[in-house]
Design a protein around this ligand. Structure first.
Ligand SMILES: [Zn+2]
Length: 416
């Protein structure tokens, strides 16, 4: 079993170890097994470290070039070994047995801030509202905890965030103890996992929280920096709380601010007034849309009157066939309705060129044609889709190029 150096010291960023074994994984990647490691493997909600492993030349081979291997993933094996999956096995030979490991410091610091921050936030929810954390997930962007609770009010979220940040500003020492399960129970540990080791590793935030955990943690709560809760959502067993700590909290707050500032400048308003402005604009848009519809109805009525006055009846029937290149389907449909409602024996075969090219066929009820059938024929000629009833039918065309031609075909079909 690999000796876990990170258990004793989360701030050990480089180390020397012996290369015990090289494994080829099922997916073809190569993994190194060392006798000891400071690389943290994915476990307990915390994601793995990355970094480098350098092979050390043996005595007498000094000065010889040896590869620096990029550690792409670190995983815990069922046999207790830790697998260091390397990006490329090029240049790897069995000869050197000693290695130097280098942890990616920025990533480790980020993981410590997120994970220690999670302990503080989970403990704050217990202290204030007796809401236990049932799971923790550390993502690349944000982290989440799932709380076992039936309800979670916005005010409670604010209070837990404030309490957690107060504990951070206290800069309380964070210590590690080893204890048996009985000892841990007697100490009132917040969360005791199913023990697979003889001793539990306890993370002790002085005077605030005691929790069994194998993760890498800060030395004192001040190193967490800050906790920012971002989102709360209902999940199956309770509520999911999304949060970010430390540098991530600053990055997210900056991005939020820049997004809001962008929105604010679009509305020429202060960022805090953006929601008010959006509400006002949405209301204005609704009023404008209502007004536009009313105007369109009026215009369609007037256009219908004019068209009918200029269309002489043929065999007792007025046939209106036209394409309106600058009007959309909504207006053309309105016009068709006005045309067939104004007089008896009117047939309207209309095309709209704006927006989605559309055909609208309509007749005064009782005119004796079938607009549905006519539309099906027009659509099969155009390669579009559409249909409707005897008196009103509509269809969408792939483009405007053949609208007029197809309307003429429909018109001659009507006179047959
Ligand atoms: Zn933990």
């Amino acid at each position: 079993m690999t000796e876990r150096l990170y258990y004793q010291n989360s701030f050990l960023y480089d180390f020397v170890a012996a290369l015990m074994e090289t494994r080829t994984l099922a997916d073809g990647r190569t993994a190194l097994v060392l006798d000891r490691t400071a690389f943290y493997p994915t476990s307990g909600g915390q994601t793995f470290d990355t970094g480098w492993i350098e092979l050390e030349p043996l005595e007498g081979e000094r000065g010889q070039f040896l590869p620096k291997l990029r550690v792409a993933e670190v995983a815990e094996c069922e046999d207790g070994e830790i697998l260091h999956v390397i990006e490329s096995a090029e240049g790897l030979s069995d000869a050197p047995t000693r290695v130097r490991g280098f942890i990616d410091v920025d990533l480790r610091r980020d993981h410590m801030q997120q994970h220690s921050g999670q302990h503080v936030l989970s403990a704050a929810f217990v202290e204030l509202f007796q809401m236990p954390t049932v799971s923790f997930h550390m993502g690349e962007e944000t982290c989440t905890i799932d709380l076992e609770t039936k309800s979670l009010a916005t005010e409670q979220v604010r209070q837990a965030e404030l309490r957690a940040n107060q504990v951070i500003w206290d800069d309380r020492p964070v210590k590690m103890h080893l204890a048996t399960e009985e000892e841990a129970r007697a100490m009132g540990v917040r969360k005791i996992p199913a023990a697979d080791h003889e001793k539990l590793r306890l993370i002790d935030i002085e005077g605030f929280d005691l929790c069994a955990c194998g993760g890498t943690h800060v030395k004192s709560t001040g190193q967490i920096g800050a906790i920012l809760i971002r989102k709360v959502e209902k999940v199956k067993q309770g509520f999911r709380v999304e949060f970010v700590c430390g540098a991530r909290a600053v990055q997210h707050a900056r991005k939020d601010y820049e997004t809001l500032a962008d929105a604010g400048s679009l509305f020429s308003t202060h960022v805090w007034d953006v929601p008010t402005q959006i509400r006002k604009t949405t209301d204005d848009n609704k009023i404008a849309a209502k007004y536009a519809h009313k105007l369109n109805e009026e215009i369609a009525g007037l256009r219908a009157e004019k068209i009918l006055a200029e269309t002489p009846p043929v065999d007792g029937r007025k046939m209106v066939a036209l394409v309106m290149a600058d009007r959309d389907a909504g207006f053309v449909k309105l016009l068709a309705q006005k045309l067939v409602a104004a007089e008896q024996n009117v047939v309207a075969l209309l095309g709209a060129g704006a927006g989605q090219p559309t055909l609208v066929f309509a007749q005064t009820p009782g005119t004796g044609l079938d607009m549905g059938v006519l539309m099906k024929q027009a659509m099969s000629a155009l390669g579009g889709r559409g249909g409707g009833t005897r008196d009103m039918a509509q269809g969408g065309a792939p483009d405007t190029s053949r609208l007029a031609e197809v309307i003429e075909l429909a018109k001659s079909a009507c006179s047959r």
